[in-house]
Design a protein around this ligand. Sequence first.
Ligand SMILES: [Zn+2]
Length: 125
Amino acid sequence: MSDQKELEKIKVVLLARKKELEEAITQLQSEGGAKIDQVQDQADQALSSAFETLKSSLHNNEYEEYKMIEKAIEMIDAGTYGRCIDCQQLISEKRLLSYPNATRCLPCQEKAEEEREKNSMQSYF
Ligand SMILES: [Zn+2]
């Protein structure tokens, strides 16, 4: 089955990305240990805390992607990978190679992003 070969290819991409993320997350965690001591005055402190916020949001993004990739690999192993979680259609191979952790086909993804935007707007008000 050629599908299986495609999935193996995608799995290799995912495993490589997973390893990269593991390294990035480990590095961010070890950097987090060496801080604060060097903070000198208020301006530095403000800058430093802004930087910490940025770093922790980066950390979250990477951790989120990591979890998504883990899930995608699980789905490949379970044989459920490559199908849209919303409409159950096969996601195109081209899309999976550009976005290996895609869990939706393009139209459903666009719809989901619109919804998410709407929801995040609402949470501000
Ligand atoms: Zn879909």
